[in-house]
Design a protein around this ligand. Structure first.
Ligand code: SAH
Length: 228
């Protein structure tokens, strides 16, 4: 009896190890084809995308799709962004190891984890409570110690922790929230999808000598920014 239990356990462990290897391979392919193949060059971003286990952030039923080239549903009408977009936005922030970063729209927690691999601390806010709770559980389980989560409307940013070296918004909004520009540190960068459902673009805002400048980036499609 004991023997057959240990054999079953051994088979289980081997299958698990095999699955992890498969995911590592799929992740590597994702990085070479979807990211480097499309011009993502920042080494820290590529390293983070290679390390973070995207399959842990998607619903169990969608794990086999975790490394495919598109967004995936995470429930509550929300999505985890396409890997390329996660990498692109990360790279645009020019993240450094001492940075404190604010994210609005925790969703699955995946983007926060990617940033947390590079920077000092990530502060992330999610308006949909069950998503925020689930993301925190997932991040805790994976051992991320430098991500601070909060549930609420991120429109006003996180004044207590401001200023931030970089800010990322992962839901689409008509106009950039003024509080986020205020909470950007000198020399900081803010990336945000701005526009309407059918006409949206990533915009990059920078603050130099207290002045805000913006540049248009990629056309994108994001779930809407909602208000509490
Ligand atoms: N960054 C996420 C993708 C999230 S999708 C990831 O890596 O999985 C966008 C998220 O923004 C959704 O979960 C949505 O609920 C959240 N959101 C929308 N409006 C918000 C607001 N005002 N404050 C905080 N989060 C918001």
């Amino acid at each position: 009896m004991l023997r057959s239990v240990s054999i079953i356990f051994l088979i289980f462990m081997l299958t698990q190890a095999g699955a992890q290897d498969d995911y590592t391979k799929l992740r590597e392919e994702m990085v070479t084809t979807q990211l480097q193949g499309r011009g993502i060059y920042d080494l820290e971003t590529l390293k983070a995308m290679r390390s973070v286990k995207r399959h842990e952030f998607v619903p169990r039923s969608a794990r086999h799709l975790a490394y495919t080239d598109g967004p995936l549903s995470i429930g509550h009408a929300q999505t985890i962004s396409q890997p390329y977009i996660v990498a692109y936005m990360t790279q645009e922030l020019k993240p450094k190891s001492h940075y404190r970063v604010l994210e609005i729209g925790t969703g699955s927690g995946y983007q926060a984890a990617v940033l947390a691999e590079i920077v000092d601390t990530v502060y992330t806010i999610e308006i949909v409570e069950p998503l925020g709770i689930k993301a925190k559980e997932c991040l805790d389980q994976l051992g991320y110690k430098n991500i601070v989560t909060r549930i609420g409307d991120g429109y006003q940013g996180w004044p207590d922790q401001a200023p931030f070296d970089a800010i990322i918004v992962t839901a689409g909004i008509k106009n950039v929230p003024p509080a986020l520009l205020e909470q950007l540190a000198e020399g900081g960068r803010l990336i945000i999808p701005v526009g309407t459902t059918f006409n949206m673009r990533l915009m990059l805002y920078t603050k130099k000598n207290g002045k805000i400048k913006h540049k248009e980036r990629l056309p994108v499609s994001f779930v809407p920014f909602t208000r509490g």
